[in-house]
Design a protein around this ligand. Structure first.
Ligand SMILES: Nc1ncnc2c1ncn2[C@@H]1O[C@H](COP(=O)(O)OP(=O)(O)OP(=O)(O)O)[C@@H](O)[C@H]1O
Length: 241
């Protein structure tokens, strides 16, 4: 069987700037993949292609054996973008209901999934407030809840824990680990937080549109002969290797 996500020889330019250059990646079911690398490396462009929001100039991205973009895949993919796409004039619950209505779910499932997602991100008590008065961190949490609503088999999270306090961050990571272990989800996260990168099963280090290295966190540390991922990041990002 094919990998859950397969990126094959993908290249992309914006104007004269090459943002991705012949990228190959494979992601399997039941694992958490981290994309790490300096700002502007091409991580967001890459995950947007997995969601079908950006098109490669060359190469192909396949999700669950389907070439992207594909409308039919939207039910299978949960995407949390870097900037929140929320309706400020609606309450958090209304936002959740609105997004839930775009997916195939019964009323009862909707209710149950909204309760689950709100609880996971610690927003149960604030569901009745308008999103316009939410803090930045609360908006991130609501965006994560929306990504999880339809119980997707592939979760793509672009810097999911920015602006989220350490306690909640820990409980979100605990849930991500449970989702991959018990429910065999494929989870892809971009992150600048190295202790989160350490929790991933596989990492790809992206720089200037290419994959410099990939493997388990341990393999990357060995490859760069350093004690921690912070140093892997600095050495690879700093161009000293
Ligand atoms: N729609 C666009 N038009 C023009 N340039 C773009 C567009 N989207 C991205 N870029 C450029 O592509 C490069 C890669 O951006 P991308 O957002 O993929 O990087 P990133 O690794 O996710 O960075 P960060 O860690 O800061 O989120 C950047 O130079 C960015 O300015």
């Amino acid at each position: 069987m094919e990998a859950t996500v397969k990126v094959q020889q993908v290249s992309k330019s914006f104007g004269s700037k090459t943002v991705l250059n012949k990228v190959d990646l494979q992601m399997e079911k039941g694992q958490i993949y981290g994309l790490i690398g300096p700002s502007g490396a091409g991580k967001t462009t890459l995950v947007k292609m997995m969601v079908g929001m950006e098109l490669p100039d060359e190469g192909e991205v396949r999700v669950l054996e389907t070439s992207m973009p594909s409308l039919s895949m939207l039910q299978q993919i949960g995407y949390m973008a870097q900037s929140d796409a929320l309706y400020g004039e609606l309450t958090a619950e209304e936002n959740l209901r609105f997004f839930a209505s775009m997916f195939k779910m019964t009323r009862a499932e909707q209710k149950q999934r909204i309760a689950y997602a709100a609880d996971l991100v610690g927003l149960t008590d604030e569901l009745g407030s308008k999103v316009a008065v939410y803090s930045g961190g609360m908006k991130r949490r609501l965006s994560l809840a929306i990504a999880l609503l339809h119980d997707p088999s592939v979760l793509i999270l672009d810097e999911p824990t920015v602006g989220i306090d350490p306690e909640l961050r820990q409980s979100i990571w605990k849930e991500l680990v449970r989702l991959k272990t018990s429910e065999h989800k494929t989870i892809i996260v971009t992150t600048h937080v190295m202790d989160e990168a350490d929790k991933c099963d596989q990492l790809a280090m992206v720089r200037e549109g290419t994959i410099l290295a990939n493997g388990t966190p341990e393999q990357l540390k060995q490859q760069y002969d350093v004690a921690n991922l912070e140093e892997v990041f600095l050495r690879a990002g700093g161009g000293t290797v």
